[in-house]
Design a protein around this ligand. Structure first.
Ligand code: BTN
Length: 250
């Protein structure tokens, strides 16, 4: 598998699958995968979210996509840059193509429109020995779905723009965005981190969070290259790993 093809040169479109990430993993295990392959499904019967959650998405209404990337030339300490890359591609698409306002990245990898989640990302990695061989970037972007069980916290392009958009067009534009930014993983990953931080949800704002059942408040000052969030608590910058703390949103 070589890293010379364009992302989305090969697109596999499925009507129904357990999970596009699982499908991508099976292709990799069978030696059938290529760098840049994109797998899209109308419906997932077992869509996977972060922390072992189920990712629910109404049939034919959303973009459910996995992209396979060859990561052999990267060391695992660059993992967070892939996360930043994925977030930026979606945020860029929503801002520049769909003109959505108030798009931000909620640490570590949710995309928000205002205070509601519009997209989520689940990156799964293949590691052989000490070599990071592949990343599967799985993303669920809410497109035309307008009813959510937790409407208070979820939104979609249709809700935010009052437009119904073609999912294939969203896919095409997202792939463009990915091809626009992918090279920066090689040439200037720090810039990706800068862009990530520039779009960070609640940046420089006071946030409440919990750690080991204790509540804290502090100012969110940024995210570092290892993906740790930096929060100023009582004039002290503290760094936390993903899952070490939980945001408390109103
Ligand atoms: C999250 O919990 O926010 C991450 C959601 C990721 C969902 C996408 S949908 C396409 C891909 N296939 C999966 O099973 N999950 C990801």
């Amino acid at each position: 598998m070589r890293r010379n093809s364009t992302i989305g040169d090969v697109i596999i479109e499925l009507i129904e699958i357990d999970s596009t990430n699982n499908y991508a993993m099976r292709l990799l295990n069978e030696g059938m995968a290529e760098h840049g392959m994109a797998i899209r499904a109308d419906f997932q019967s077992n869509g996977k979210g972060q922390h072992g959650n189920v990712w629910h998405a109404e049939e034919c209404k959303n973009l459910l996509l996995s992209v396979i990337l060859d990561t052999r030339s990267f060391s695992l300490d660059k993992l967070f840059y892939f996360n930043a890359f994925s977030c930026i591609c979606i945020a860029d698409l929503l801002m520049s193509v769909y003109n959505l306002r108030d798009i931000s990245i909620k640490w570590p990898n949710d995309i928000y429109a205002g205070d509601k989640k519009i997209a989520g990302i689940l990156i799964e990695n293949n590691i052989r020995g000490t070599t990071w061989t592949n990343a599967i970037i799985g993303l669920g972007l809410n497109v035309n779905q307008t009813h959510f069980t937790d409407l208070h916290r979820a939104t979609s392009i249709a809700i935010e723009s009052a437009l119904t958009v073609k999912i294939n067009l969203v896919l095409e534009n997202l792939l463009k965005s990915m091809n626009k930014f992918i090279h920066r993983l090689d040439t200037n990953p720090e810039e990706l981190l800068k862009m990530y931080n520039a779009s960070l949800y609640k940046l420089n704002k006071q946030i409440s969070f919990s750690k080991n059942a204790e509540m804290y408040t502090g100012k969110l000052v940024g995210v570092n290259e290892f993906g740790q969030i930096e929060i100023e608590v009582k004039n002290n910058i503290q760094k936390f790993k993903h899952k070490e703390i939980e945001f408390i949103l109103d």
